[in-house]
Design a protein around this ligand. Sequence first.
Ligand code: ARG
Ligand code: ZN
Length: 499
Amino acid sequence: MPHSIGRVETGEAPHPSGRARLPRLPRLPRLARAVRLGAPAVAALLALTTACTGSTVQGRPGASGLRDPYFPKAGNGGYEVDHYGLDLSYDPEKGLLQGKAVITARAEQGLSSFNLDFSGLKVEAVTVQGAGARFNRTGNELTVRPAKDLRNGEVFRTEVRYGGRPKALSDPDGSAEGWIPVADGAFAVGEPVGSMTWFPGNHHPSDKAAYDITLTVPKGYEAVSNGLLGSRTDTGDGRTAFAWHSADPVASYLVTAAVGKFRVTTGRTPSGLPLYTAVSPGEPEGGGPALARLPEMVEWAAGRFGPYPFAAAGAIVAPSETLSYALETQTRPVFSGAPDEELVLHELAHQWFGNSVSPKSWKDMWLNEGFATYAEWLWSEDHGGPSVQRRFDAFVAGDDSVDPAADSDWDEFPPAAPPGPGDISSGPVYYRGAMVLHRIRQEVGDERFFALLRGWVADHRHGNASTADFTAYAERKTGTDLSRVWDAWLYGRKALPRP
Ligand code: ARG
Ligand code: ZN
């Protein structure tokens, strides 16, 4: 479907993205009003005073979404998650998942209720701070009402027991995502919103958390997730439990689980980073020749972008053509069949750009895809491919003899303003996003450009950033006014300069 650049250009200025928060209640003016209102209001005043002195807690409902410009209902207001403990058991024959999610979060307001994003599956029981909690569901929102309101600042533990046959969902660009069953196992990918099909949570990239994921599967199956494998235990009832640990924060779209009769290879990169790669039966040994270069790529990327941001690396190779897309799931990207070299490099580059520095909103996707694409161009230039300059020129000229995507729709909309949620993963976000970076490099020169890339990941390590954060950072770091680049290439407020 063609997009009109004109329509995009008339859109508002770049939104100052960030975690949308609800305005706080104006407490004092209300009290003052109550005083003026006389007798019936005095009771209300007393109740409020009690609340303020803390002898009882008075909460209000947390927001049901974070008002992301593209996915307004994704995530929830009123709390932030520190840790997810997911205990999942999967029966690949029946396609049945049984789960317990223990979510440790901190209240950011007094809470009478709060939401989790969750799609499908049956919720069996919910407790908050050990006490039974009421809950109800509308759409993809699971509303939890704790027995006792939660105080602002309180760290609280929610336990959700659930189960059933997980159902993938179709995201706005038509990709199937979430829990994807295959003949002999399952794979979970969730960019942007699929993760809510297999665990309840605060499913927005602005709320990253640590994870412990235990997957219990019948003997003979392997189960793989993010981070480090802490233990592999025979449960004694014909099953094996795999306990995976991610200490560094993970955005929930980057969490994965894979179950299959995998061939697993382990090893280390030259600098000692542990590698764990799981390959589906029928796919080439080790995931093929491109994946064999992963250790070398990790070293190369660390040289370009700074230290690898996580404690492990590797890959998961699903049977070819079973997934709608490859995904840079944290520490362990998922591929649909043996990937080629540029794809391996692309998902690896996301570990810096997207996973360590994550977008504040889904509008900031070019900070992921433009950078990962540019990393592919850099790798290719260093390994016998066309120079980055030549590739950039080929895009401008629409010359697909240098890059097959060069005559794509890369200029149909500006990368910082996809026309809708179905376009956050479209060509312009990737290719024109990469071209934005090259335009910066042309303006500031190599030395300042690579210092900018390294500074960006170092200063936002394990955090979140928006497009506005990047443009401000780039100008500060390079000491250069880059407004012409932003206007023409990033936001599209001016026509693209053509040769
Ligand atoms: N981030 C993935 C990649 O470029 C692609 C995810 C696409 N998601 C989608 N819903 N189309 O590596
Ligand atoms: Zn990507």
